[in-house]
Design a protein around this ligand. Structure first.
Ligand code: PLP
Length: 395
């Protein structure tokens, strides 16, 4: 018999993954070109050629023990140093290799941070809508996820409710900007107010509240939207980064966490996260990818590709009468459903071979997420199908 904890997690298995499986099934039935699969955040832009070249060079020239062997659990010191310098150059920070922990994607980074921080019953706050896996990551370490209700007008966090939900047991707050599922970028004004609230509450309760900034979409912004670097606004900030979307390598599983020297209990925390990396079974982040990515820190994804998809889909859907906030980042649109029941709407869309993820999966019913990291043809060809769907709802 499997554990009670896993019974619960299996029962609440990811809606996104279920949709993705459904998409594969429909593609077999109707042909790939007749299925409009907007379910998964799997980048359609190829990984940079420079990454492939770097990997091949490393494989053919470097010492195989170095490339394929065990290493310090925090990752290659040389790679960590290069990443620290590249962050400093971009954001005017002062990190060194001692502040960078290489992780198995953003997911690995979040799990490592939460394992290092949480005692059973500790609370972690997230702002709806949020990436549904946060619920599992917090539950992995017997924490309690506390959800700040969504502000469905702008999708900036509702800071008034936030303030009321911070308790002496609050150990961490997770923010994600550019946001999955809305594509919204948290403004500097929001970040400053959020930091001031956390400072005030830390003082009031005499506790440390860690702000975990989950940033897999940092590089995916349109019209030069400004994404504040949170360590500059709040002292107890950890930044979780990933190359999954910025270099289109989600299957390679590479990211890092920045742990600034000024966070409370820095030495202990960094050591605990390094041990967590090992004992969660990651041991260390993938070796070849660390070495190859370190050669490609200046590489950028093709943002124009996503920008074109965003423009065409946003304009097309708005013309059809659907209501959406135009996103400034990531590759998601979050669309209001013309009926309250978002799951029923997603089912109705499926009849037109359009696959969408209900907002309930992100703690925000009444919306659906559209992942537009697909081919441009899929976008264009889906619009007549969306038109049929909109007619069904009298839009
Ligand atoms: N956090 C958010 C907000 C995400 O959208 C994702 C993946 O889609 C992750 C974390 C996990 O990313 P990774 O592939 O780097 O583990």
């Amino acid at each position: 018999m499997i554990s009670r904890r896993m019974q619960k997690m299996v029962a609440a298995n990811s809606v996104i993954r279920a949709m993705f499986e459904e998409g594969l099934k429909l593609a077999r039935e109707y042909g790939k070109e007749n299925v409009y699969d907007f379910s998964l955040g799997n980048p359609n832009v190829p990984a940079p050629e420079a990454l492939k070249k770097a990997a091949l060079k490393i494989l053919s020239e470097d010492d195989p023990v170095k490339v394929h062997g065990y290493m310090p659990n925090a990752g290659f010191p040389t790679v960590r140093e290069k990443i620290a310098l590249s962050i400093n150059k971009r954001f005017g920070t002062g990190f060194t290799s001692a502040n960078i922990l290489m992780t198995v994607g953003a997911a690995g980074g979040l799990n490592v941070a939460l394992k290092a921080l949480l005692n059973p019953g500790d609370e972690v706050i997230a702002f709806a809508p949020f990436f549904g896996e946060y619920r599992n990551y917090v539950a992995n370490f017997d924490g309690e996820l506390v959800v700040v209700p969504p502000n469905t007008e702008t999708f900036q966090p509702d800071l008034r409710s936030f303030k009321e939900l911070i308790h002496p047991q609050t150990k961490a707050v997770i923010v994600n900007s550019p946001n999955n599922p809305t594509g919204v970028v948290y403004s500097e004004e929001t970040v400053k107010r959020l930091a001031a609230i956390l400072d005030e509450k830390q003082k009031e309760f005499g506790t440390s509240i860690y702000l975990i900034s989950d940033e897999p979409y940092r590089e995916l912004v349109y019209e030069d939207a400004f994404v504040p670097y949170l360590t500059k606004y709040y002292r107890n900030t950890l930044v979780g980064y990933s190359y999954s979307k910025s270099l289109s390598i989600p299957g390679e599983r590479l990211g890092y966490v920045v742990v600034p020297g000024e966070v409370d209990d820095f030495e202990q925390l960094f050591q605990a996260m390094t041990v967590a990396n090992r004992i969660l079974g990651f041991v260390n982040a993938p070796s070849l990818m660390q070495l190859a990515v370190a050669e490609c820190l200046e590489e950028k994804t093709d943002i124009a590709y996503y920008a074109r998809n965003r423009e065409t889909l946003y304009t097309g859907l708005t013309k059809l009468g659907f209501k959406l906030v135009k996103p400034e980042g990531a590759f998601y649109l979050f669309m209001k459903t013309p009926v309250e029941d978002d799951s029923a709407f997603a089912q109705a869309a499926k009849k037109f071979n359009i696959l969408l993820v209900p907002g309930s999966a992100f703690a925000c019913p009444g919306f659906v997420r559209i992942a537009y990291c697909v081919s441009y043809e899929t976008i264009v060809n889906s619009l007549p199908k969306f038109a049929e769907l909109s007619k069904q709802y009298g839009l």
